[in-house]
Design a protein. Sequence first.
Length: 292
Amino acid sequence: MRVTQSMISTSTLRHLNTSMSQLKLYQDQLSTGKKITRPSQDPVVAMNGMRYRTQLVEVQQFKRNLGEAYNWMDSADSALNDTTSALQRIRELTVQASNDTYEEGQRENIAEEVRQLKEHLESLANTKSNNKYIFNGTNTTNKPVDLENDTFSTNTHDVELELLKGVKVPVNVSPQNVFSQQMFNDIQQLENMLMNEDTTAEELSAMLDTVDGHINNTINERAALGARVNRVEMMDQRLQDQEVLATRIMSDNEDADLAEVITQLLTQENVHRAALSSSSRIIQPSLLDFLR
């Protein structure tokens, strides 16, 4: 086969373009720190990168959900703690009022403090987190307790957040177990008894069991909430581990080894210079060169 000048030129240019493309690849890797800049350069790396990135995005979304869960549960725990304190104070006042040495005016003062504590419990029942009522189930836009209008929460649906893929955890406290209509009715009854001078010490003492029942309900609900908080904390640790793992895998898949890239870039520069030098010798002089 006859090798023409045109064939030599075409072949030389093709090899030079290939060398130039390889040089550009290493320069891109060095400037971006990534193995590829286009999916066509390595479809396997590109597809794995999309999968790992999706996994990392999911983990980050679950971590945002965890933040919401912590806010909700911490607010509920704080409110339940204050509720327990208020109920224990009502119990102390009931014990004091059941003492026969207390006069009518003194019982009225105790009744006034009980009334203030009742209103305080109403405000605790209407606690908000992120502008949402946390003691009204999924009905987070309306007050769960309104003593003026004698309305109480009837919503029994749990507020659930997805904290792991396919795993939802209820983060709310059932209002019927703590801020029930019965609790406020009992406190109102106690207030009325204190205002009535005919109420005996024995009748007031009998209210202690009722108050103790509401205190136990609050403590039990707080214990159940604490168990869920422990579970959420374990899920939080698992998500942290998954985030570290997903980030490392994604980095191993996408990130270029800069030391290796620099070495390959320097080598390719030498190869390209050698190719340019040899090409200038291989391509024969044209007629125009002889006419100069």
